[in-house]
Design a protein around this ligand. Structure first.
Ligand code: PGA
Length: 231
């Protein structure tokens, strides 16, 4: 299983360091060698973290080496911290920050060119979900516009928007059906995200085409994230 922690706009460099220290101490002894851990702290928390037990990536970056892009961070800045893992297409970036599919596809192409590991996020609104699986799949497939789904170093995170941070997880049936359909379209590891927590991890991780989880709220303290990873 893949366990990815998305801190969003939470944690400082100091609290991230403390968090990773706690994580490392426990993972050293108890991590199942088949499991893989990714941590996505905010950009200001990047530092010289090195561990074979987890990989630190970024939640976002601008698709450029360096240049005049006020407020953005490019490849040169990421390289200083040996970052080669990135989340692209998260619904909060699509919907709150207004990233278009075209911009997202550009970002994907750029970081693919650099050989980054990409966790590519897709997901539908409640309105689309209520129209049924065909509408859901049509929408999800449209989020692969311009994306090279044959890239060998990427994974997909399916995150229904209505399940993110709401405490309302998609049902086992919804996840099973959606992941089965997605596997037909893109043959890459599939993560589920949306209110994953200790109470539902066993059920969700048992679903055949769920290869991992992307976790927001329940990843914010090391104890609750470890509860998921070591369940
Ligand atoms: P959540 O967030 O676990 O808080 O629902 C998941 C995500 O947005 O990646």
């Amino acid at each position: 299983m893949i366990y990815a922690a998305n801190f969003k706009t939470n944690h400082t460099r100091q609290s991230t360091r403390e968090y990773l220290g706690k994580l490392q101490a426990k993972l050293l002894l108890e991590l199942n060698p088949n499991d893989k851990i990714y941590i996505f702290p905010p950009l200001t928390a990047l530092d010289e973290y090195s561990s074979s037990d987890f990989t630190v990536g970024v939640q976002n970056a601008y698709p450029v080496e360096k240049g005049a892009f006020t407020g953005e961070v490019g490849l040169e800045q990421l390289a200083e911290f040996n970052i080669n893992t990135i989340l692209i297409g998260h619904s909060e970036r699509r919907d709150i920050l207004g990233e278009s599919q075209e911009q997202i596809a550009k970002k994907f192409a750029f970081f693919k060119e650099q050989g980054f590991k990409i966790i590519y996020c897709i997901g539908e609104s409640l309105e689309i979900r209520e129209q049924g699986i065909e509408s859901v799949m049509e929408h999800l497939i449209s989020q692969f516009d311009g994306i090279d789904t044959t890239y060998e170093n990427f994974m997909v995170a399916y995150e229904p928007i209505w399940a993110i941070g709401t405490g309302r997880t998609a049902s086992v049936e919804e996840i099973t059906q959606t992941h089965n359909e997605l596997k037909k379209v893109v043959d890459r590891p599939l993560l589920y995200g949306g209110s994953v927590k200790g109470a539902n991890i066993a059920q969700i991780s048992a679903i055949e085409n769920v290869n991992g989880v992307l976790v927001g709220g329940a990843s914010l303290n090391p104890e609750s994230f470890l509860e998921l990873v070591l369940h």
